[in-house]
Design a protein around this ligand. Structure first.
Ligand SMILES: Nc1nc2c(c(=O)[nH]1)N[C@H]1C(S)=C(S)[C@@H](COP(=O)(O)O)O[C@H]1N2
Ligand SMILES: [Mo]
Length: 396
């Protein structure tokens, strides 16, 4: 058995499966996972704020940028991870499967890392297509999987550190020279085998192909988040400028089962602070001072779109019920149920002069699917917190 599997491993040896290649791909992958972790923590923090969270309202596109980077980098990591798996999979054939405690630990950490990253990247990708075919809550699962990935990755890096250091820089001899160990069970997939024979890919060509694939995937999807790449957007689910009033709709009024309530003649927005309570009709809101701002909707799923919003400043409504300027708010939607029905707004956003109860979008009365009769639009916040079909604003 040992002979057979090790012979197989040697048989698969190729310049595209050298340690140096694994290290180079590992670096790219490590960089993309780091970017995803940092941008992901920011996004998660905005939605479920820890006590130390900071809430930047400027630049207005900060979340559009961080989440665009998060989703685009995650997509680019898919070809990188597949290439990395390709570069190391003969290792799996080596016999015996566990040689020592350290070796067993290393294999277990790799197995955990591979399984959790594949799950993370595929569910993340599926999520950008607004498809949630699983019974668990996406964001929390995504968050905890990230820690599993990082735990197993750090363990993997620690155990492989000697190899990583040895192969961090390209060595001139690697590609041109056959070492005596080439093809032997121990070194079959190591640099000894990194010789570009006839019909085999050189390491450089393989890396170039992987880099090109990742680049093409980025260029043909990033247009959903970065408008200047929109002409190249072939595969991302959302195109700029589509949907009512030239803005994509995430969930329609019909889907949210809110159409009747939102269309009701006697709709009012209730603003309250302790015992003070004011119910404002749409026409009463319209006679208050109106402000207009260009602000993006930046969905957690990666797409974003900037639009012109017009309406009443939230801070003016806070003042109208006698509450201090630095108040936090609880906002509820007419939506009868669901995760987006209530939203908490920290003082940083309630105070910002660009945070609106929007009544108009791109110069027209807000479309029912964009949140008519009124919705929240605030700078720098995830789309999920831009509550549509407003019902109440309560000062906390
Ligand atoms: N009440 C309510 N508000 C909501 C939602 C929702 O489902 N219900 N979806 C949110 C999400 S996920 C996004 S990205 C934005 C999208 O706004 P749009 O559909 O007007 O583009 O609205 C947010 N506001
Ligand atoms: Mo969203």
């Amino acid at each position: 058995m040992e002979k057979l599997t090790n012979a197989l491993a040697a048989r698969f040896a190729s310049p595209t499966r050298s340690t140096r290649l694994s290290v180079v791909l590992g670096r790219w992958l490590g960089l993309s996972f780091t970017i995803c972790l940092l941008t992901g923590l920011f996004s998660h923090g905005l939605q479920e704020p820890p006590s130390w969270m900071f809430f930047p309202t400027s630049p207005i596109w900060i979340y559009q940028l961080t989440q665009g980077i998060h989703v685009t980098t995650g997509i680019a990591a898919i070809p990188l991870l597949l290439a990395k798996l390709w570069s190391v999979y003969p290792e799996l054939l080596k016999w015996p499967p566990v040689k020592s405690a350290a070796h067993g630990l290393e294999r277990a950490s790799v197995a955990l890392f591979v399984a959790s990253s594949l799950l993370q990247l595929t569910t993340g990708l599926i999520n950008t297509y607004k498809w949630y075919p699983w019974p668990f809550p996406f964001r929390q699962t995504h968050y905890w999987l990230a820690w599993v990935i990082w735990g197993s990755l750090l363990l993997h890096i620690a155990l492989k550190l000697p190899l990583i250091i040895e192969h961090w820089r390209a060595r001139s001899g690697n590609r041109s020279q056959t070492t005596p160990g080439a093809g032997s069970p121990e070194q079959g997939i190591d640099d000894g085998a990194a010789v570009a024979g006839p019909g085999r890919w050189s390491r450089r060509a393989f890396l170039a192909a992987v880099g090109t694939t990742a680049g093409v995937v980025v260029l043909t999807t990033a247009g959903q988040s970065f408008s200047w790449l929109d002409p190249l957007n072939l595969f991302a689910p959302r195109k700029m400028g589509t949907g009512p009033q030239s803005v994509p709709v995430n969930r329609t009024a019909a889907d949210a089962k809110v159409a009747d309530l939102a269309g009701a003649e006697d709709w009012t927005l209730t603003v309250s602070h302790h015992d003070i309570r004011r119910a404002l009709t749409r026409s009463e809101l319209q006679v208050l001072p109106q402000y207009e701002h260009e602000l993006p909707i930046a969905c957690v799923e990666g797409w974003s779109q900037t639009a012109r919003w017009r309406g009443v400043r939230v801070r003016d409504l806070v003042a109208a019920v006698g509450a201090p300027a630095s108040s936090a708010l609880r906002v509820t939607s007419l939506e009868p149920e669901g995760a987006y029905r209530t939203m908490d707004m920290p003082p940083a956003y309630a105070q910002d002069e660009r945070t609106l109860v929007a009544l108009e979008l791109n110069g027209q009365t807000l479309d029912l699917d964009h949140g008519y009769p009124a919705r929240i639009i605030a700078p720098g916040r995830p789309g999920v917190l831009q509550t549509k079909w407003l019902h109440t604003l309560e000062v906390l």
